[in-house]
Design a protein around this ligand. Structure first.
Ligand code: AMP
Length: 420
């Protein structure tokens, strides 16, 4: 037996109904906020990620699916969406016009991480990016959009963490101070952080090791070193969140896994997710478009992890799971032939209808209908056929009624709103 690649899982029905629902809700919210969809290749030149994500990040150092194609060109399966969105934005000249370009994309990402609960090697994200807007209102609008998606899905027990990572004016001085501080204690840091402390010191805040975390409690944070503009930006973002009674926690040790963030950084976390507790993350990345050869435009973006979102929704009853199916149980070849027409006719009227062609017993077909979670079964044997009437059974209440086989509208009416 050939098995799926480690860390890559199949998403099967009925779970897929939940995914469709998540994505439908997200699309509707994006539309309300003026975001348009962009669909991008899964493969990009490796250099794109090296330059954007940062050479000394975990993703680029050890988590990318990189290979040489037949002509020897190095390609990488995208580990995140932002770099591709920015590449497409520059390449297709989407910067024409003064407005903020608001784009979203939904799809798979690939990271060679150690698979565990909530962490996969192929996972899926709902991404939103607002390119070309400097104003703190853009950050606030984007965070409100993310929270709207969660709210529309009925998730109310999430926590928003927010921080500012500074900008090229104030961050370099802080990084120098941090690097010097870490250098003094380097022997007490874990092996990963010893490396990070020189190459990418902000990332030490991401370390899960107890020793490092305790040590870092004594280290000053970026939040204490922000320049006036960063302070004003951060204050305005939070003022707008306050206006909508959004509760959030300022988390001065929140950093993001990618190098390109400036100013606003945020995460949405849930205590129900275990160790991998972030269901969404995002922030501002003002330098990235220019870094990738485009105009000097600011931007802000986010990603929601769909596997984690699905896990949070798994004990919730959503529209996609409500039983709606009408199962037609045909007994005998003549009934089967008539049922085929009936099923096709009802489908064309917008009903969700199915049947089996195996000519099985009524009992076997009822079992089948139950397994499919059918809301109704229409039973059709020779007798019913002769009378031109079938027996419609409501599976929840057990009640039965006769319906005319020629009057599809009447059958639809008998199904009520459960059948649409
Ligand atoms: P990031 O791009 O690392 O900021 O991640 C954004 C979101 O994607 C996270 O908050 C997670 O919900 C999700 N995510 C990131 N990496 C993985 C992974 N390996 N498996 C599943 N979900 C992930």
């Amino acid at each position: 037996m050939i098995k799926a690649v480690r860390g890559m899982k199949d998403i099967l029905p009925p779970e897929t109904a939940r995914w469709q629902w998540m994505e439908t809700v997200a699309r509707a919210v994006f539309q309300r906020y003026g975001y348009q969809e962009i669909r991008l290749p899964l493969l990009e030149r490796t250099e794109l990620f090296q330059r954007s994500i940062g050479a000394s990040t975990d993703i680029v150092e050890k988590e990318m699916y990189t290979f040489l194609d037949r002509r020897g060109e190095s390609l990488t399966l995208r580990p995140e969406a932002t770099a591709g969105v920015v590449r497409a934005f520059i390449e297709n000249r989407l910067d024409q016009g003064a407005e903020v370009k608001k784009l979203y994309t939904i799809g798979p990402m690939f990271r060679y991480e150690r698979p565990q609960k909530g962490r996969y090697r192929q996972f899926h994200q709902i991404n939103g990016e607002a390119l070309g807007g400097e104003a703190p209102e853009v950050d606030a609008e984007l965070i409100l959009l993310v929270l709207d998606i969660f709210q529309q899905l009925g998730l109310t027990d999430l926590e928003l963490l927010i921080n500012s990572l500074g900008c090229p004016v104030c961050r370099p001085a802080y990084l120098l101070e941090l690097t010097a501080l870490l250098a003094r204690q380097v022997r007490d840091l874990c092996e990963d952080c010893q490396r990070r402390s020189a190459s990418n010191p902000l990332r030490v805040f991401d370390c899960k090791s107890k020793v490092c975390q305790e040590l870092l409690l004594q280290v000053p944070t970026m939040a204490d070193h922000l320049c006036d503009d960063c302070v004003a930006h951060d204050r305005r973002v939070r003022e707008l969140l306050d206006r909508y009674q959004v509760s959030y926690r300022q988390q001065p040790r929140l950093v993001r896994g990618l190098d390109y963030y400036t100013r606003t950084a945020f995460e949405v976390v849930s205590t129900r997710l275990g160790a991998q507790d972030a269901v969404a993350g995002g922030g501002r990345y003002n330098g990235l478009i220019k870094e990738l050869g485009g105009p000097d435009l600011p931007a802000v973006g986010f990603a929601i992890g769909e596997e984690r979102l699905a896990a949070l929704l798994s004990d919730q009853d959503e529209a996609g799971d409500r039983p709606r199916l009408l199962f037609v149980a045909a007994l005998g070849p003549a009934a089967l032939d008539k049922s085929f027409d009936l099923v096709q006719g009802l489908r064309r009227q917008g009903c969700q209808v199915d049947m089996d062609f195996g000519q099985r017993s009524l009992k076997a077909q009822m079992t089948m209908a139950n397994r499919r979670g059918a809301a109704f079964v229409l039973i059709l044997g020779d007798q019913e056929l002769a009378a031109g009437r079938g027996l419609l059974k409501d599976m929840a209440s057990g009640t039965q009624q006769e319906v005319s086989l020629t009057d599809l509208a009447a059958i639809r009416a008998a199904l009520g709103d459960k059948g649409v």
